[in-house]
Design a protein around this ligand. Structure first.
Ligand code: XMP
Length: 523
């Protein structure tokens, strides 16, 4: 059996939209957990994983339907605490001898609800029901409901649509709730998870310091005395991965930084200085801007731009990587949300809005094995690891920057002149945001140069110059976003500064589009 260094909690995913949030809540408690889709959780998997506790997630199916998702029966006989959430509660009741009834309008609940306690006390609810009305706000999202408890279970909380909102079998340490404690709209949900993991015996040993040590050992074990190539983009993920791998294997790592000529002001110099000079990491600075900008000449279609850059990037990376003798591994800053094999009930493929620039096909093409030391981490955990590794705060807190760079912030044809104007304007805009102390409130902010000139008047003369769009959004994951509500004063001051300081611009717009319907980038 596999030896595991930390206590592990297993989340069996039945397809809820919010399963990842369960993992977030647990990681915040320094509990190591993994999400696995129910299809892959077999008896053998459970025995190997050796969870100290299990959580059944919610899900869109109905346990009353033949063939609906189930956990393996052996989960109930491992002797570890189990918490079932929503569909997870229903599946537990159904499997253990209770009754679940399919949705009826009077028992379905969607959105905010209130649970009140019964006379019995339950330790996983310590800290609950303390408000003046003695009730707790929770978030419900269920059509079916439990109509009869499984033997051994008692009820500890009820809501108007869920007579069995909170249930437990204390002898077996099985807990089951109809609502979702992981979401924001269950304000005291985190307390319930905290109490659950405490009673399951977790010690909160999942710290970044421990992660760093484990990761270093794993990298050494995987790589041995072979060489590793890491593509640096200047973003947080690849930077943290590179510094961590360098700490593990030193000079066996070589970084390749492809400069496609579409980077921000001084960006290439900053990346090279930091990695080569500060960290002493062997670094190839592949300045291929002529190649990329040449290939993009006359191209204005967004998808053609993206595909041109993506293909060239792979060719260039491969060319430089081939110069590194004996490289057997490629390091990537893949994160946990990218590797969770989500349960899809919707079927068909989703429509392609943009072909994202990535190097997904590289390892097979080059016959390299992957080193992915961040694949168990969420984005904010990568930042915490970066801090643990001593990366400068300004680097860690940087806004995301897309692979195709300024190309997708320059709708229409790309020229060196336009890129020059864009770089300077973007630097003034970001400087303004930093000076007003707003940088960390914003997910991403940038300037884009529009494919048009407009007439203006400066001094006593006529100008006919480019117009810029400024964009700033708040977001948690880039999937949806709101535009940032700058004050008029800030916008006016910024527009004035840009027009005064950047030659070639005579008009500035602010983009007030959220995502959807817009996207964050302009192309
Ligand atoms: P959109 O414009 O699709 O962007 O709303 C969502 C997030 O993804 C970033 N982005 C990219 N990142 N390669 C990347 O690495 C790409 O091709 C790419 N396109 C967009 C964008 O900056 C935002 O954070």
């Amino acid at each position: 059996m596999t030896q595991h260094m930390h206590d592990r909690l297993l989340i069996i995913d039945f397809g809820s939209q919010v399963t990842q949030l369960i993992a977030r809540r647990l990681r915040e408690l320094n509990v190591y957990c993994e999400i696995h889709p129910y299809q892959s959780v077999t008896d053998a998997f459970l025995a190997d994983f050796a969870p100290k506790a299990i959580i059944f997630s919610g899900g869109p199916d109905s346990v009353t339907r033949a063939g609906s998702p189930r956990p393996p029966k052996s989960a109930y006989s491992l002797g570890v605490p189990i918490l079932g959430i929503c569909y997870g509660q229903q599946v537990m009741m159904h499997d253990l001898g209770g009754l679940v009834e399919a949705g009826q309008s009077h028992t379905a609940e969607f959105g905010r609800a209130y649970v009140v306690p019964t006379a019995n006390r339950l330790s996983i609810l310590d800290g609950w029901f303390q408000g003046d009305k003695g009730r707790e706000q929770v978030w419900m999202s269920h059509g079916d409901h439990v109509s009869k408890l499984a033997p051994g279970f008692e009820v500890y909380g009820t809501s108007s649509g869920a007579p069995f909102a909170i249930t437990a079998d204390l002898d077996r340490n099985f807990y089951a709730v109809q609502f979702h404690p992981e979401v924001h709209h269950t304000p005291r949900g985190a307390t319930l998870y905290e109490n659950f993991v405490r009673l399951a015996g977790f010690t909160g040993d999942w710290t970044m310091r421990a992660y760093r040590q484990d990761a270093i050992e794993k990298i050494r074990e995987q790589v041995g005395d072979k060489r590793v190539i890491c593509g640096l983009s200047g973003g947080v993920d690849s930077s943290v991965a590179a510094v961590l791998i360098h700490e593990a294997i030193g000079e066996q790592l070589t970084c390749v930084f492809v400069d496609h000529g579409l980077l921000r002001l001084n960006e290439a110099r900053e990346v090279v200085t930091m990695f080569r000079d500060t960290y002493n990491i062997p670094l190839i600075h592949a300045d291929e801007s002529d190649l990329f900008l040449g290939a993009l000449e006359g191209v204005s279609d967004p998808e053609v731009k993206r595909k041109t850059i993506g293909k060239l990037f792979i060719d260039v990376f491969q060319k430089y990587a081939n110069e590194i003798d004996g490289a057997e591994f490629l390091a990537q800053g893949t994160l946990y949300p990218d590797v969770i094999e989500s349960v899809s009930f919707s079927g068909g493929p989703s429509v392609t809005i943009k072909s994202h620039h990535n190097v997904g096909g590289l390892p097979e093409k080059m016959g390299l094995k992957l080193v992915e030391p961040l694949r168990e981490l969420f984005k904010d955990e990568v930042r915490a690891l970066g801090r643990e590794l001593g990366l400068p705060e300004a680097f860690i807190g940087r806004h995301p920057f897309p692979g195709p760079g300024l190309a997708i912030r320059c709708p229409g044809e790309i020229t060196r002149d336009k890129l020059e104007i864009l770089r300077k304007a973007d630097a003034v805009y970001i400087d303004q945001i930093r000076k007003h102390g707003l940088y960390d409130e914003i997910w991403q902010a940038f300037a884009a140069i529009l494919p048009m000139r407009t007439v203006g008047v400066m001094g006593d003369g006529r100008t006919y110059d480019y117009a810029l769009a400024l964009r700033a959004v708040t977001s948690v994951d880039g999937m949806t976003a709101d535009y940032y509500p700058f004050s008029h004063e800030f916008l006016g001051e910024t527009a004035t500064r840009i027009i005064n300081e950047v030659q070639g611009v005579n008009r500035v717009f602010y983009d007030c589009t959220s995502k959807p319907p817009g996207t964050i980038e302009l192309e």
